[in-house]
Design a protein around this ligand. Structure first.
Ligand SMILES: Cc1ncc(COP(=O)(O)O)c(C=O)c1O
Length: 311
């Protein structure tokens, strides 16, 4: 089991098995739960949390949109995360999942509870692997499908918000892709432009340049996407942030997904179109290697993105 001993819940470190919520919790019924996915890379001596401040900032932004009142400051949440890592002492890479949600209401459960019940907050950790130090996993053949489900319009759900409700859309997309025999889904936005995958942003490589959809293409404003946009210039790789459609995606030289969990994930095939003979392309490899150096603190220019936690 890749679970750990302690969870932080409403200000206390409690045992994993005791970190429970009631069946009538409004977040479960109405989807009002905002969360983050953060990575800490373990290098044998310390954990390096990547862009902790930016993740906590997005968490607070998400909470604000759903009027989830948080009784902790961003600094207190950052400290709780660091302390929880130290307490659990897991000597491996870690996925950090803070979540803020509508807790149990005193009165009967109604949709009103989704906007009025008290806020609860928790942080859980999970042991994860990194594709970036597992070459076999990185090289794996991945076959994706552009599914019929579209990303919600930005005026139907606040798409920059990492809210549980948005993932019902991702779940439907995954069901469609898996049932059709694919490894994952890519979605279009309401206009028919490529948006993103179910839990990761997308880049295509065309004529040596990176191209990624704009924020208004119903994407989550991914922190990994932002990282790649900021670091690719160091490699002499230009980035264009612009719309592209399915036809143009088919004509790409390489395609990869990116996200905290996904890191840099090469895509071999979309709808039967095979990229670079099904192997990660040269630009994808270059970006993945450099990203790996950045998250591991090997590029001094970006050490401000790292929070080091000593054993
Ligand atoms: C729908 C979606 N898009 C993109 C991303 C990538 O975001 P980030 O790089 O901030 O992890 C995620 C992952 O959290 C996601 O769930």
């Amino acid at each position: 089991m890749n679970y750990v001993k302690y969870v932080w819940m409403n200000g206390e470190n409690i045992e994993w098995n005791k970190a429970l919520i009631h069946i009538m919790t409004p977040a479960l019924h109405y989807g009002v739960a905002v969360f983050e996915g953060i990575r800490a890379y373990f290098n044998g001596d310390e954990w390096i949390i990547f862009r902790l401040r930016d993740h906590v900032k997005r968490l607070f932004y998400s909470a604000k949109v759903y009027r989830l009142k948080v009784n902790y400051s961003a600094e207190e949440i950052e400290k709780a995360i660091i302390d929880l890592i130290k307490l659990n002492k897991i000597k491996s890479h870690i996925y950090i999942r803070p979540i803020i949600f509508r807790g149990i209401a005193k009165k009967k459960l109604s949709l009103h509870a989704a906007i009025a019940a008290p806020t609860q907050i928790a942080i859980a950790l999970r042991i994860v692997e990194s594709k970036l130090d597992n070459i076999e996993e990185f090289e794996k053949y991945r076959k994706y499908k552009i599914v019929s489900w579209r990303r919600p319009t930005p005026d139907s759900l606040p798409i920059y918000v990492k809210c549980a409700a948005n993932y019902a859309n991702s779940a439907l997309a995954m069901i469609e892709a898996y049932e059709a025999g694919y490894d994952g889904a890519i979605m279009m936005d309401h206009r028919g432009f490529i948006s993103e995958s179910t839990g990761a942003n997308i880049f295509m490589v065309k004529d040596g340049k990176l191209v990624t959809p704009p924020l208004y293409a119903s994407i989550l404003a991914g922190i990994t996407r932002d990282t790649i946009i900021k670091i690719s210039g160091d490699l002499g790789v230009e980035v264009e942030v612009r719309d592209f459609n399915r036809t143009e995606l088919y004509s790409a030289d390489e395609v990869f997904l990116c996200g905290t969990m996904a890191e840099v994930t090469p895509i071999s095939e979309i709808d039967g179109i095979i990229y670079n003979e099904g192997k990660p392309g040269p630009v994808t490899r270059k970006i993945a290697q450099y990203y790996y150096n950045v998250v591991n603190g090997k590029v001094t220019e970006y050490v401000h993105w790292l929070t080091k936690v000593a054993i």
